[in-house]
Design a protein around this ligand. Structure first.
Ligand SMILES: Cc1cc2nc3c(=O)[nH]c(=O)nc-3n(C[C@H](O)[C@H](O)[C@H](O)COP(=O)(O)OP(=O)(O)OC[C@H]3O[C@@H](n4cnc5c(N)ncnc54)[C@H](O)[C@@H]3O)c2cc1C
Length: 434
């Protein structure tokens, strides 16, 4: 085991930890990264849409060599009921050429690539090693205890990038308001289904090498707060569904049943038909947002990525928040190193700088959303149902004059939700999302 002292220790080799390590190593700091998986990405799950801008901020022009699946040219929202779907979406060829907007990725490949960049920048990446505890002295974090024999390792700063299962943040450091984070944990399952490239392009109406995403709201989560997704990879489809754990427990439902149900939906089945399941993955997502953010820094320690609850569930963003929080942490630690000051006062700059970025600004904007949706799961099935009722009536051609048809649609909608409740819903949605 490595006995020497490092400038910085990073716990966890996901996008947050690798971004912090890369930034610090490029700035000349002596960095060690511990990852419990066999390699970076081995244990990581994401839908997986990777955003170009945030990734480029850390790894310039990464698309030239990183293992990416497809640039996303089309993004869709589907609102499903049992047998129907209402759709909205956006497509542009501009997203299919440089500098791109987003890519689908498989984390097992992409994180491994990031890990190699970090090693090439000079950091030491130690896999299959669990950080079990934090070492403190006089109230300051001075190192970590790994599960290896004589596994204590020391550094001026420890970056906690352990992801959603934030045991060190909660227990060893006591920096997380545990109850709040737990209330808003979602659990998701995902399958990677292999299909020939041409079939994917035919079924999704894509040109050579281009990609599409579908976010699904409604029947897919059986009226629980959550979403489902379908993303095109190069020669596979990622399909998954997730919902708040508290809702799954209350409803005694299992995410795997939701996934089977989703795969059988008449709009979904033809997209995956004949495919072979290559991977089955499950993971948690921290959905608490702004109110669940832990204390982000202390004496000799900073928290980044999912461990800091940096996920914007409404926009399906997490990897970009992880990458940017890691980069900002890396830069602040580099500055602390130059000053020789790793105290809480010096590391407070991490939060100050992050507050100026979209990471904190977006979470702040949606700070009331998690609580509101948790209390109003009906919105997740009622509105897709209203869209389905209106859509079916609108598209049925049956000799009824259009004015009469309009009245029928409105009557059917008001049978489901009163005018007053609709106005209240819209007002509240505007308040929490606006
Ligand atoms: C189903 C699903 C779909 C998603 N879809 C998207 C999407 O499409 N786009 C998007 O941007 N985001 C998405 N996200 C969110 C995104 O995956 C996360 O926000 C992102 O991975 C967070 O990165 P991270 O580095 O903080 O954590 P992680 O990627 O979870 O990495 C943490 C790492 O720390 C390691 N670790 C943990 N504890 C220890 C320890 N004690 N010792 C050593 N190593 C440890 C873990 O093995 C892991 O490798 C999705 C998440 C899920 C679950």
């Amino acid at each position: 085991m490595v006995q020497e002292k490092f400038d910085a220790i990073v716990v966890g080799a996901g996008p947050a930890g690798l971004s912090a390590a890369y930034t610090m190593a490029n700035n000349g700091l002596k960095v060690i990264v511990f990852e419990r998986g066999e390699y970076p990405g081995a244990k990581n799950v994401m839908g997986g849409v990777l955003y170009r801008r945030a990734t480029e901020d850390v790894f310039p022009e990464f698309w030239e060599e990183a293992p990416l699946e497809r640039p996303v040219v089309e993004s869709n929202y589907w609102f499903t009921t049992d047998g129907a779907v209402s759709k909205i979406g956006f497509r542009t060829q501009e997203f299919g050429i440089e500098p791109y907007n987003a890519f689908t990725v498989l984390r097992a490949k992409f994180d491994r690539w990031m890990g190699r960049q970090v090693e090439q920048a000079g950091a030491l990446l130690i896999c299959e090693t669990v950080v079990e505890d934090i070492i403190k002295e006089d109230g300051k974090v001075i190192g970590v205890k790994t599960g290896r024999p004589n596994g204590e390792v020391y550094a001026d700063v420890v970056v906690i990038a352990e992801g959603v299962n934030s045991m060190l943040t909660q227990e060893a450091l006591g920096m997380q308001k545990g109850y709040l984070a737990w209330d808003y944990l979602a659990v998701a399952v995902k399958e990677v289904i292999a299909l020939p490239k041409e079939k994917i392009e035919d079924r999704f109406g894509l040109e050579d090498g281009q990609g599409a995403t579908i976010e699904i709201i409604g029947e897919a989560t059986k009226g629980m707060v959550g979403t489902a997704f379908i993303y095109t990879n190069y020669e596979s489809i990622s399909i998954g569904v997730g919902a708040l754990m508290s809702h799954l427990i209350n409803r005694k439902l299992n995410p795997n049943d939701l996934l089977e149900n989703l795969k059988a939906h008449p709009a979904v089945k033809p997209l995956i038909e004949g495919g072979e399941i290559k991977e089955y993955l499950g993971h948690m997502i921290p959905e608490g947002g702004y109110k669940a953010i832990p204390k982000l820094y202390g004496n000799g320690v900073v928290i980044v990525g999912d461990a800091a609850q940096f996920v914007n569930g409404l926009h399906r963003e997490g990897s970009n928040l992880a990458l940017i929080s890691g980069k900002v942490a890396g830069e602040v630690i580099t500055k602390a190193f130059e000053k020789g000051d790793f105290t809480i006062n010096s590391l407070a700059e991490y939060q100050q700088r992050l507050s100026e970025t979209f990471v904190i600004k977006d979470l702040q904007k949606y700070q009331h959303a998690s609580g509101y949706f948790e209390e109003h799961p009906e919105l997740f099935y009622l509105y897709p149902r209203l869209a389905s009722i209106a859509g079916k009536e609108f598209f049925t051609v049956d000799n009824i004059p259009k004015k009469e048809k309009q009245r029928i649609i409105m009557r059917k909608i008001f049978e489901q939700r009163s005018k007053w409740d609709l106005v209240k819903d819209l007002y509240k949605l505007w308040r929490v999302l606006g």
